[in-house]
Write a protein that binds this ligand. Structure first.
Ligand code: SF4
Ligand code: SF4
Length: 472
């Protein structure tokens, strides 16, 4: 077996005893690398900046689990909106499955934080401090020396600084930038829990991005495991053109019979997960496209057409037309459209100020004037109001039927119903009427609730039927 040939019976990242084999992916330049650099830079910038951008006066994305409060691009959600999360998670799940069925592992190679941070932040720092792949390997294999300790120390110190920046940004999504500022300005002794969260998150990210790296994709990532189910021969993937490349160059293959692959192993050297893509589409391949750039460079040097390894479909390579519309794509698209339609409906019909009136328990009614033939009766209710908006609002209660307004009075002990932005309150109110208004001691009343934002941005009127009770 050639020294560069990967084992057939195990992963390239493990030895015969199952111990990890450290990879040193070689540097590569090319059109895909340049495109990925742009995409990854934008994603990193977005990740760092998003918590600092305000929309409607609120942090653009806030997942404040502790206070059960969520803000997504200016839209406020509360814990009561949990059913809506079913739609959101469903849309994400089906959307990723659809993306995979059509575009293969586009997410892994271009959008996954593990790839983005490892390839374009941590590996870059490593290159600056330790040198290229050969120098890095040589350094790791060299005996301990002051120089080695200094270089490794500098690298891990740089990793720690970068990880702290990432951790702080990451936590800003969950606690908000104001709270984060508070954490940072105060001594860890004043907030040990917050400090522990910060230290733990930093340790996990440092471990994953600094050391664990491709092992996460190969061993731990559940998404990677689903690839074989989600993808088929029509899905985009990084594929080696076997017809064109084989038989690859080798001492046993006559020159006239050789395909375009010159067995230079450059595609293997640049692979961050240690894959030899010439063995076919593999689960460990994260579609990073590094081997495409590497092989294109080799082909151009050999005065051959690039594209021996390309981003294509198995159908395309075998000369058949790949089908974009196929059963799994169709089914996933229909389900996704259904979920998005449901989510849109819920969002559009969502009451910005939810109000529900309900009876006070135990006392169905109170007779206010005992000795009269048509006594005055009061029913006690509560109005529970949840203001999901960013503005303080007020609620006006009235009897929906104008003909009954003189006969039935609504009394609010607090004078007026005010609900602050994001507040959930319960206000008592009384309904007063004479016994004669009821039929056989009962009636159902249409209660109208006019809800208005104090700044006049929105107004909504809803009605609710409430039961009135009195003596026979
Ligand atoms: S880089 Fe291209 S030519 Fe070289 S081994 Fe890989 S597939 Fe063959
Ligand atoms: S095989 Fe190619 S595309 Fe797949 S992970 Fe390795 S270098 Fe990236």
């Amino acid at each position: 077996m050639k020294i560069q040939e990967l084992p057939q019976d195990r992963l390239a990242t493990t030895d015969e005893r199952g111990k990890r084999v450290q990879l040193y992916p070689a540097d590569v330049e090319g059109k895909y690398h340049a495109r990925r650099r742009v995409v990854h830079s934008l994603l990193v910038a977005l990740f760092l900046l998003l918590p600092w951008i305000k929309i409607n006066g609120y942090q653009s994305i806030l997942l404040d689990i502790a206070h059960r409060r969520f803000v997504i691009f200016g839209l406020a959600f509360w814990a009561h909106d949990a059913p809506m999360l079913v739609f959101v998670f469903g849309a994400v799940l089906i959307g990723i499955s659809l993306l995979t069925a059509v575009k293969g592992r586009l997410w892994c190679g271009w959008g996954c934080p593990e790839t983005v941070f490892v390839e374009f932040v941590y590996r870059q720092i490593e290159r600056w401090i330790e040198g290229n792949a050969v120098q890095r390997k040589r350094l790791d294999q060299s005996p301990f020396s002051l120089k080695k300790i200094a270089i490794k120390g500098a690298k891990w110190a740089a990793f720690l600084v970068v990880t702290l920046i990432i951790t702080h940004s990451f936590l800003a999504y969950f606690i908000g930038v104001e709270e984060l500022g508070h954490w940072v300005r105060h001594s860890p002794a004043e907030h040990p829990t917050a400090f522990s969260v910060m230290a733990f998150t930093t340790a996990v990210l440092l471990f994953s991005f600094g050391w664990f790296r491709e092992q996460f994709c190969i061993i731990m990532c559940p998404y990677g495991r689903f690839q074989s189910v989600l993808m088929d021969e029509h899905s985009l993937a990084v594929i080696y053109d076997e017809k064109r490349g084989e038989p690859r160059r080798g001492p046993d293959v006559p020159k006239a019979e050789q395909g375009d692959c010159i067995s230079c192993y450059r595609c293997v050297q640049v692979c961050p997960t240690g894959v030899d893509i010439r063995r076919g589409v593999q689960m460990e391949c994260v579609a990073c496209t590094a081997c495409i750039d590497a092989c294109d460079e080799v082909m151009l040097n050999q005065h051959k057409e690039p594209g021996l390894i390309s981003y294509t479909t198995l159908e395309d390579l075998s000369g058949r037309k790949p089908k974009t519309i196929r059963a799994r794509v169709l089914i996933l698209s229909v389900v996704l459209v259904g979920i998005l339609a449901g989510l849109t409906y819920v969002l559009v019909t969502r009451d910005p100020l939810k109000t529900t009136a309900f009876n006070a328990k135990n006392v169905p009614f109170t007779v206010l004037e005992q000795n009269k033939s048509d006594p005055l009766v009061a029913n006690q209710f509560f109005l529970v109001s949840s203001n999901y908006t960013f503005e303080d609002a007020s609620i006006e209660l009235r009897v929906a039927d104008p003909a009954l307004r003189d006969k039935i009075k609504l009394i609010i002990p607090t004078g007026q119903l005010k609900v602050k932005a994001g507040q959930e309150i319960k206000n008592p109110f009384l309904v007063e009427f004479h016994k004669s208004v009821l039929k056989q001691g009962r009636m159902r009343l249409q209660l109208e609730m006019v809800k208005k934002a104090d700044e006049g941005k929105w107004q909504r009127t809803v009605t609710q039927e409430i039961p009135l009770a009195g003596p026979y």
